[in-house]
Write a protein that binds this ligand. Structure first.
Ligand code: SAH
Ligand code: SF4
Length: 339
């Protein structure tokens, strides 16, 4: 709950208004996980709120050679999700999951192979930040909704969690420091634009023609590029912010001359930014990553066409914590707490 919602609930129970802010801060600023820690609350109030608090538990943690860390988090009903901690100098980015599994079935993604189990609540999304910060021993500076699930298919809870995490009485993480990544749900992208938050929108493109994109990402049949790109352009126009497009180079699939030409056509003349990434290999999926050399060449040629492009290195590949590698289940050979 946001402070306003907490206030409404507590006032109905006969509590004074100001308690809402205290409870919210204990949970979302101090990161308390037990009413016993909430020392300025009366016993009566602790009894009221205790049964409503739900926390996750870190079931396993894997640290990568590059310093990133993957947490396997268990919820009250036994469901598992993964959250990734990405330290980069002064920055601490946390990669959040929004669903248990994902219904979108993208052909290159481990989460997509597992199917959809359920939505995460706003509380469960925010809770991942608390657990990750505690593990990291410091506060998050950036959040990316790039873990398991499609955030815009859990729209209300995702936005609610963002409002909680952004709240000045809580984590107070700036909207500009938060990125939502989507496979391209057009109505939700348009709705998000209307909210005029300062969020970074990232759209998983991966192909510049409908035939190829539909082959890689089934959602493209529902929202083809002729609808997706105008929705992205509208988002950029309304919010005044560049839209990021993600493109994982897959050897022999989307890395050819024709793919390049179609990409230039699609991206030219509007405020977007292309993030080129090397496909992360996923067990059981036959798509192979294009070479780093290919990535560099692609980037240079796009730059030469005046398209803003960056090559992003994935962290956490060695512990299957990189983009698209999250499965949210216990591995057969698990090492608890260590890399
Ligand atoms: N469902 C959202 C966010 C989670 S996926 C989305 O699809 O955007 C986060 C990012 O990882 C997306 O850009 C997704 O396309 C990408 N991704 C999925 N599988 C990947 C893989 N095997 N290698 C590299 N990136 C991958
Ligand atoms: Fe779902 Fe995103 Fe994976 Fe596609 S890439 S299956 S939308 S998590």
């Amino acid at each position: 709950m946001l402070p306003g919602e907490l206030e409404k609930w507590l006032v109905e129970l006969g509590e004074p208004k100001y308690r809402a802010q205290q409870v919210f801060s204990w949970l979302h600023k101090q990161g308390a996980d037990d009413v016993a820690q909430m020392t300025n609350l009366p016993q009566r109030l602790k009894k009221i709120i205790a049964p409503h608090l739900q926390f996750g538990t870190v079931e396993a943690a894997h640290t990568s050679k590059d310093g990133s860390e993957k947490l396997l988090i268990r919820w009250a009903d036994g469901a598992l999700v993964e959250t990734v901690i990405l330290p980069q100098n002064k920055r601490l980015t946390i990669c959040l999951s929004t669903q248990v599994g994902c219904a979108m079935g993208c052909g290159f993604c481990a989460t997509g192979q597992s199917g959809f189990t359920r939505q995460l609540s706003a509380g469960e999304i925010a809770e991942q930040v608390r657990l990750a910060e505690r593990k990291a021993g410091r506060s998050a500076t950036n959040l990316v909704f790039m873990g398991m699930g499609e955030p815009l298919a859990n729209y209300e809870n995702t936005i609610h969690s963002i409002r909680i995490l952004n709240h000045p009485q809580g984590r107070n993480i700036g909207m500009r420091q938060i990125t939502i990544s989507t496979c391209g749900l057009v109505p939700q992208i348009r709705h998000l634009g209307q909210l005029r938050l300062q969020l970074v929108l990232a759209v998983s493109l991966h192909a510049a023609t409908d035939s190829l994109r539909s082959r890689l990402m089934p959602i493209n049949d529902k929202y083809p590029l002729t609808e997706l790109i105008p929705a992205c352009r509208e988002y950029a126009a309304i919010t005044g912010r560049r839209v990021t497009l993600e493109y994982a180079l897959i050897e022999g699939v989307n890395d050819g001359k024709g793919d390049f030409a179609a990409l230039v056509q699609l991206l030219r003349g509007w405020p977007c930014h292309l993030n080129l990434i090397q496909l992360n290999p996923v067990e059981g999926i036959s798509y192979r990553p294009a070479s780093i050399q290919k990535l560099r060449t692609f980037a240079q040629q796009l730059s030469a066409q005046n398209i803003a492009v960056s090559v992003r290195a994935s962290m956490g590949r060695d512990v299957a914590a990189a983009c698209g590698q999250l499965r949210g289940r216990r591995e057969r050979h698990e090492h608890h707490g260590k890399a």
